[in-house]
Each structure stands twice: as structure tokens, then as C-alpha cells.
Design a protein around this ligand. Structure first.
Ligand code: HEC
Length: 199
């Protein structure tokens, strides 16, 4: 019969040995060298994207739609001048600006080939090509490495689809919108995520 001590010993070997998960090898045994390899930038971008998407969905359904349905407050583009909530797109852009200010080099924006505001148009050829690609093929993010000065960045562009009728109605009727024939599930634009990488 295995004694408690032996079992404890085996447990500690199992717990503290080399654990390898998707390219990351960690050893909590101080005698062994700790190996931490980088996570692929595609994965990092996908992680960041899933967080942005989840926050936007929670804000849209549990704040904007809920408050509107209860007759308490609605979202309006001119929320700063009125008693209104920011639109989900404005919430995302604002949060993105805060992230950029942090100086980590990670950035994200909502962009489009048919932007309500020109500042939300593609800033580079890469972004334009990415928007064209995800408009044709919304299921596949457009990814690549871009250079800015001496620095290299990984960019990933994800399709942003009109998942609700409200997206279609507002983008088709906004006075500044250059396109007015969006339908449900049309690609309205994309979320571009930028991650700094080592040269
Ligand atoms: C009530 C109007 C309204 C609704 C509803 C709305 N948007 Fe927008 N959207 C805007 C405005 C206004 C902006 C510009 C925000 C800014 O940058 O100040 C914008 C920006 C965007 C942009 C960036 C490009 C651009 O047009 O400036 C995308 C992409 C976008 N929205 C997608 C969506 C999607 C997807 C939905 C639905 C899930 C949606 N929008 C719902 C008004 C709306």
C-alpha cells in the first residue's frame, strides 16, 4: 500500500514538473531553468478581440438595450451634450483611445471602407486591403506584419457585421454615411488590432 508520504511526493512531482501548454513551458521547480516562449501574435490578437467583442456585447445588451427597453435612457451619438448613453461604437473607440494612451503599443479601432466619419477610414494600404478581404470573407481575419518607422507591428483585422437591424437602420440613415444599402449581416467595417512585436 502506498503511504500518504509517497502519494504526496508523487503529487508534487506531477504538479510541479514541466507543464507545456501551446508553446509555453513553465517549471515551478527553481532548480530547473524556466522556459517561457512567446505566444503567437495571431493568438494574442484573437484574445484581445474576444475581450473587446464580449465587452461590447455586454454593454449593448445589458446597458444600452436594457435601459432603452425600460424607458430609462437611450444611446445617442450626442450623448455628451444630452442625457444619453454613448453608442456602442463610441464606447469601443473611446476605450481604444485609452488603451493607446497607456503606451504599451497595443491599439485597436473600429474602421470601415464606408465610414460615417472619415477618421474611421483605413489609415494605410494594409488596412484598406484588410477591409476589402474581410468584406469578401468575413469568417477569416486579415493578418500581417506592418512597419512604422523602425518598429514592427502585427495587425489583425476582423469583420464587423451588422448583427442587428439597428446597425443597418442607423448606418443607412446617418446623414454622413456614404453607403445606404446595408442589409442584415452586411460587413459594415472591421476591428483592427495592432500588437507591437520584436524585430
Ligand atoms: C444609432 C446609430 C448607430 C447604431 C445603432 C450603430 N452605429 Fe455604428 N456608428 C455610428 C456612429 C455615429 C459611428 C461613428 C462613431 C465615432 O467614431 O464617433 C459609428 C461607427 C461605426 C463603425 C466605424 C466606421 C464608421 O462608420 O465611422 C463601424 C464599423 C460600426 N459603427 C459598426 C456598427 C455595427 C456593427 C452596429 C450594430 C451592432 C452599429 N455600428 C450600430 C452609429 C451607429
Amino acid at each position: 500500500m502506498t503511504s500518504l508520504r509517497t502519494r504526496m511526493m508523487w503529487m508534487s512531482i506531477l504538479c510541479c514538473g514541466l507543464i507545456t501548454t501551446n508553446g509555453i513551458a513553465i517549471s515551478s521547480d527553481t532548480k530547473k531553468e524556466t522556459v517561457v516562449r512567446g505566444i503567437a501574435p495571431e493568438k494574442v490578437a484573437d484574445f484581445v478581440h474576444s475581450i473587446i467583442e464580449a465587452d461590447r456585447t455586454v454593454y449593448t445588451s445589458h446597458v444600452v438595450n436594457r435601459m432603452h427597453d425600460k424607458g430609462i435612457v437611450s444611446a445617442n451619438e450626442h450623448w455628451e451634450q444630452q442625457n444619453a448613453l454613448p453608442l456602442p461604437a463610441q464606447f469601443l473607440q473611446r476605450a481604444g483611445r485609452l488603451v493607446a494612451k497607456k503606451g504599451s503599443g497595443v491599439r485597436y479601432r473600429l474602421i470601415s471602407l464606408w465610414p460615417i466619419y472619415r477618421r474611421n477610414g483605413p489609415a494605410t494600404d494594409f488596412e484598406r486591403q484588410g477591409l476589402e478581404a474581410v468584406t469578401k470573407n468575413p469568417g477569416t481575419p486579415y493578418r500581417g506584419i506592418v512597419k512604422s518607422g523602425k518598429k514592427q507591428y502585427f495587425q489583425s483585422i476582423y469583420a464587423d457585421k451588422a448583427v442587428a437591424k439597428a446597425c443597418v437602420d442607423c448606418h443607412n440613415s446617418h446623414p454622413l454615411s456614404p453607403k445606404r444599402d446595408f442589409t442584415l449581416n452586411s460587413v459594415l467595417g472591421g476591428i483592427v488590432i495592432t500588437i507591437p512585436i520584436e524585430p
